[in-house]
Write a protein that binds this ligand. Structure first.
Ligand code: DGT
Ligand code: CA
Ligand code: CA
Length: 572
């Protein structure tokens, strides 16, 4: 779709950042920032304005010079002036602005005073106490920098579950083809279906350990073999992900699987239970004295600790052991419980597939329904629908539904929540919808009180049904906006609204903790893919996994219900 307003404002802000690192003329810097802010708030799309021949210099804060630069950027995808500044500033220096608390001004000071050019330089300077005495810094600021560097490095090393899955699938297929290899299973946070995965922990059963390890170490995608023994090895894949492989004997398989699935906190708690029974539990088995009494299966391991099987997604020591002891484990929702998808786009806004293609794909997944929720008009970069265009889409859906047998397209819209908490479309059109999916897409910078009020005000509208991706976070890209989810959950309960678990692997928003909080408050969830193409519908399983980590049962989920029943829940 080419260049969006968001790309243009990001380009302008980057220019301002780099100029600020260089300590350029403050008026020039401010001009770039003002232009970026203007474009962020612009209700129409700049490439569209240019295509219609409307001058950008009519916009507030955009003069001839900036208008020319924006036009250059839109037409070529590049900006000569930006490339010149980039060439003067080391990219590792510019990257330091990603550390919370370090704006371009401070980065300039660090560079000027200490010659800092990279994250490593910064860490060294902070560790040796060189930063605290600089102007605008302090001992506390220095400590915060060290702390943030630690966090930054950690988050940088984690991979989205979907990315981890690509690596895991390739490796699993490869390992299974190895000599004498029987079982191959990926344990660790991957098996617990955490939204991000630090490294892969793979268990292999095999008659001959060393042969299996040799086979593993010969994998094509390995960049570096970090360690290699007869039954274990650690490697770094070319993609930057670390993989641990362990070969275990069949009689220890269950104990090893339990141990390496974790979490560590869960393991420690289960081991304590075994100890209280006079048993020893480790990755080789459960032992009474020196005699192995269990270890072949995970069920055996749990049983010796006095527990029923606990699903991997629950193993975080967040109460699952106590619940298991009193027979109160949740019956977790499963992918097979899902009857349809409540959030999907078509070509009418920013999707890639047509209505008919989306309907076909949903039917092929065995769904009973699919909601079409294209963007509303404020989302100009996403080609959002105004009342008129939405109206024609609804007419078309009505015609299509007449042709379907048991399947049904649901009439929805992803309605923007405006800055003042109003919904982006008039009630007249909203009332034609089966339900709405409402979302915050701009003004992420509001403070927590303002952002929360904005959402609560939107919920006052009787046509508000589901709050889409409630925090707006993008894993590995940006944190969510500031919002008080406790109050959002409370208001949802009060108004009969619902929250979405957006299944897109970059979102997975709500997270596991808040899924559980919503459930405990009695607020039902929609697990929705937000698909922008037929392929996007396949992401449902990531959302289900996230919900399972949040202790969610089928009855807590809207789209485990047939439409007849669901319909009643949307009537406010
Ligand atoms: P990650 O890789 O950061 O996403 O998280 P995990 O949970 O996969 O952690 P990892 O790879 O360090 O270790 C895999 C599992 O091994 C972990 O979930 C539990 C087990 N484990 C690791 N270290 C210990 C330990 O010191 N004690 C116990 N009981 N278990 C451990
Ligand atoms: Ca791991
Ligand atoms: Ca590991």
């Amino acid at each position: 779709m080419g260049i969006h307003n968001a790309d243009i404002s990001a380009m302008l802000n980057r220019m301002a950042d780099l100029l600020e690192i260089e300590a350029a003329n403050p008026f020039r810097i401010r001009a770039y920032r003002r232009a970026a802010a203007t474009i962020d708030d612009l209700p129409e799309n700049i490439p569209g304005m240019l295509a219609e021949g409307r001058p950008l210099s009519d916009l507030p804060g955009i003069g001839e010079d900036l208008a020319g630069k924006i036009e250059e950027f839109v037409n070529t995808g590049h900006l000569q002036a930006l490339e010149e500044v980039e060439a003067r500033t080391p990219s590792t220096l510019a990257a330091l602005t990603a550390i919370p608390g370090l704006g371009p001004k401070r980065v300039h000071t660090l560079h000027e005073a200490l010659g800092i050019k990279s994250l490593d330089d910064l860490a060294k300077a902070a560790k040796t106490g060189k930063i605290r005495d600089l102007p605008r810094f302090s001992a506390a600021a220095e400590a915060k920098i060290l702390d943030e560097i630690g966090k930054h490095r950690k988050t940088e090393r984690r991979f989205k579950i979907s990315t981890a899955e690509d690596f895991a699938n390739g490796l699993t297929t490869y390992l299974k083809a190895g000599p004498g290899i029987e079982r191959v299973v990926v344990a660790g946070s991957f098996r617990r279906r955490k939204e991000t995965v630090g490294d892969l922990d793979i268990l292999v059963t095999c008659e001959k350990g060393p042969a299996a390890i040799d086979h593993f170490a010969a994998y094509d995608e390995i960049a570096e073999v970090i360690s290699k023994g007869t039954t274990r090895s650690t490697v770094l894949l070319k993609a930057g992900m670390q993989v641990d492989v362990r070969v275990v004997p069949e009689e220890s398989y269950g104990a090893a699987l339990h141990y390496f699935t974790g979490s560590k906190a869960h393991n420690i708690a289960v081991r304590k239970l075994a100890q209280a029974k006079g048993l020893k539990l480790n990755e080789y088995g459960v032992f009474k004295g020196s005699k192995r009494i269990a270890g072949r299966t995970e069920e055996e391991v749990f049983r010796t600790a006095g527990l029923p099987f606990i699903e991997p997604e629950l193993r975080e020591d967040r109460g699952e052991i106590e619940a298991a002891q009193v027979g109160k484990l949740p019956a977790l929702v499963a992918l097979s419980d899902i009857r349809g998808d409540l959030h999907a786009h078509t070509k009418a806004s920013d999707g890639k597939s047509s209505l008919a293609e989306m309907a076909e794909a949903a039917k092929a997944s065995g769904y009973e329904y699919l909601a079409i929720s294209d963007h509303s008009r404020h989302a100009t970069v996403a080609h959002g629908l105004d009342a008129k265009r939405l109206g024609s889409q609804l007419d078309e859906i009505d015609r299509m539904n007449d042709q379907f047998g048991d399947f049904r397209l649901l009439k929805s819209c992803e309605v923007d929540i405006l800055a003042d908490g109003k919904l982006d479309l008039p009630d007249g059109i909203l009332k034609r919808l089966d339900f709405t999916v409402c979302a915050v897409h701009f003004r992420f910078e509001l403070n927590i009180e303002e952002q929360t009020q904005r959402i609560l005000r939107a919920m006052d509208n009787r046509y508000f049904n589901i709050l889409a991706h409630p925090t707006g976070r993008l894993l590995g890209e940006r944190p969510g906006y500031a919002v008080d989810l406790d109050r959002v959950i409370e208001a949802a309960k009060e108004h009969g609204c619902f929250l979405e678990v957006n299944a897109h692997p970059t979102r997975l928003d709500l997270d596991d903790i808040h899924c559980r909080q919503a459930k405990e408050a009695g607020v039902k969830l929609a697990i929705s893919t937000d698909a922008h193409s037929t392929v996007g519908l396949n992401a449902m399983r990531y959302g289900v996994d996230q919900a399972r980590r949040g202790w969610i049962e089928a009855s807590d989920v809207l789209n485990t219900r047939p439409w007849k029943e669901l319909k009643g829940l949307f009537a406010r």
